[in-house]
Write a protein that binds this ligand. Sequence first.
Ligand SMILES: Cc1cc2nc3c(=O)[nH]c(=O)nc-3n(C[C@H](O)[C@H](O)[C@H](O)COP(=O)(O)OP(=O)(O)OC[C@H]3O[C@@H](n4cnc5c(N)ncnc54)[C@H](O)[C@@H]3O)c2cc1C
Length: 557
Amino acid sequence: MRTLIVGQGLAGSALAWACHWQGDQVCLIGSPGRPAASQVAAGLVMPVSGQKFTTPDRWQERLTQAQRFYERAAQELKTDRLFSEIKILRRFQGDAERRWFLHQRYESVRDAVQLQYEPDGRETGFVMSAWKLNVAAYLEQTRQFFQNRGQFLAADLEIAADVVPGPDGVSVPRFGLSGDRLYLCLGASGCVQANPWYSGVPDHPLRGEVLEVVVNDLRDSSACVSGWAGVVDQHWLVPVEGTGDRFLVGATYDRERVNLGYEGWDGTTEAGLRELRASAERLLLMGGWAGGVQAVASHRAGVRAGTRRRQVLAEHHRIYKRIGILNGLGSHGTLAAPAAAVDLLQRFAADRVTGMSTEQSGRRRSDLTEKAQTIVRRAVKAGDWLLDATAGNGQDTLFLAKTFAAERVLAVDVQPAAIEKTAALLAQHGITGVGLVRADHATELERLVRPEGLGRAGQFGAVMFNLGYLPGGNHSLVTRADTTVRAISSARLLLREGGVMTVLCYRGHAGGMEEYAAVLLDSQQQQQCQVDVIETGTGNATAPVLFVYRKRSTVGG
Ligand SMILES: Cc1cc2nc3c(=O)[nH]c(=O)nc-3n(C[C@H](O)[C@H](O)[C@H](O)COP(=O)(O)OP(=O)(O)OC[C@H]3O[C@@H](n4cnc5c(N)ncnc54)[C@H](O)[C@@H]3O)c2cc1C
């Protein structure tokens, strides 16, 4: 199995290791220029965190998995421990927080925390065992590991153009790469790129800032813990591995400036710097270090890839199952990535993605043709114009002309043989009045729309497309991605509100998958119609797919 992985943050790195350990050949692709949340993350994994002192889902199981995972990576990299236990003191921010914790949460987390007290017996906070991944070392050494094996490429992919699905796998022609499958691990950058596979994911990004500070006078410390949390907005202060005098303090969070879509994104703010520096001073004091902050060594920002449903997105594309995603790790990337990566690969294996036989293709083709006709039958009203945008052998034209008023049916095809076949079929059924046009459908549909052309925008109740080649005709004469998308765009304008368009896409022939990908991308970028995608349910990567567009009533033309 050869697996391509785009993005080398915590998500992509976890997937790369999981693939490597099951014997896959990996190609890990990382963009040298784009910002990554993983470059900013402290790598903290705490059993209790946030305002509400929550515990991550399936905490114990996922922690054990993460421990084993990072330990195995460290062994493979022949490096020191990457994932280490640290003690953190979480201080209550006030009396209300103290009471809330004691009444609402303490019972369920008492095994994981030791309460701390004032001399008068009042609880001031608790100490907990937490874990910390040395993220910088893990990411850098992972990159080097795959690079040394010739399995790392520093490149920024244009997902829509570079990721080309084929019948048996996925390729990235610009870089001469191909694989049996490809995973998109783009983090928050995923929502600012044209991405036909998972457009707009993740949908709830959050910008955060962190500081690395140099502290004074460490030797005077008598603290029994190595990190602190609480005091201000649950900020934390944890040591930077391999340094005796540096701490990381974070994080501020807000939803401003989360757009990573332009070059040179930085994301740091003066306010963030001031807030975090003040927090560092207070947290140090709390830990008994009066010396305070000597200097700020670095100030960075990142955008956390969150989803509104607060769930990690680890799945294979519902139509093209050889493309998958691992994103939406939110605030628990270190803990969540190993479990999600392993689970994703297990699901791929369970799905048994295979090629498709012609026999299956034939059967499914007729199923979807019938489905398209049923959808059209339900939507058309008296007085509607109807269009078969790919006349082909005339079956859809015949259906439209027999079911509705023939004189309101138009059929277009660029091939003379198709127009002849359609005319013969209609004659055989004694049908007259259908407008048969031999023309390229992209050009003809534009003419139908234009006011100075036929001016029929908003007059059609149904438009049908049956892409690919003419059955029984020359298989090298096929509909093409660029003209198909142009024709579909015009057809949306031809539809009246509530009108439907069906586009039956075949993916098994040369160029079919590219055409399908272009239709999919276009369907996700347009606003005029609600689109449903109907698959055959075979789980087969090249099986036909039916797109059903329903023109919305709220958005014009
Ligand atoms: C301030 C801050 C502090 C945090 N602290 C913690 C913490 O203590 N513990 C914790 O568990 N989590 C923490 N997180 C969350 C954690 O950072 C994320 O969960 C995790 O980093 C997400 O990893 P990712 O791989 O999905 O995304 P990213 O790290 O953003 O990685 C995505 C990668 O994809 C690459 N990419 C994108 N598009 C392309 C393209 N077209 N071609 C090639 N490459 C591309 C990017 O360059 C990037 O390297 C923190 C986040 C922030 C912002």
